[in-house]
Design a binder for this molecule. Sequence first.
Ligand code: SF4
Length: 240
Amino acid sequence: MSSLIPPYCELKGEEIVAGLRGIAVDPRDFVAYWVYLSTRDPFAVLVATLLSQHSTDRKALEVYRRLVQVVKNLSPASFLNCEEQELAEILRPVGLHRRKAKLLRTLAREVVDFDLKALSNLPTFEARQRLLRLPGVGPKTADVLLLHLGHPLFPVDTHIARITWRLSWAKRPCYEEIQKVWMELFSPEDYQEAHLRLIQWGREICQARKPRCFTCFLRICCSFAKEGGGLKNSFWYNGG
Ligand code: SF4
């Protein structure tokens, strides 16, 4: 366990997973997860993750479904056969549509001869380095795909970063440091479930502007709640 987790916090990783099960998760709210469950196609997961950047997963899923209708079978080659302008129009609802259309075609060109499924057989570090060399693929996108391919990685999104920061379990708001906290806390077989549920926890409970600390089982270990910031916000949120 990370040394930054305070000694008074008696919650173990499996207890945190159990606590997070208090919130429902709908796969349609996690576009990369939904696409992986429906296709098992790593390129489609990359596309879905790129669509969701600076957008919501629901919007990204709508656009993804539209792409499936227009860009047949969503292979890299089919993206290269699609006009960039036509692609940009389809992507308009997820924002930054021209940039994303250009990026998707550049990515398609890079991976047209790249067997992304083979990444599951590589050592995790090497698979991650290969993905990080691709255009538009940052640590979170790489980790989301690699987690689906069976690598023991814990992707960090903005909700997970905020929760970790409020708990004071990371010294700096740095991707790798936050990732390490959760990877040490949870068992690898829990990474996928904990990742999804922690994001949902951030969306519904540890919200950016109005954290609902009074309903949060993590408050017994949370600096933010102990210092009163969260509780004040919660009472204000409740109109109390
Ligand atoms: S107690 Fe409040 S600030 Fe802490 S993790 Fe829960 S909701 Fe977030």
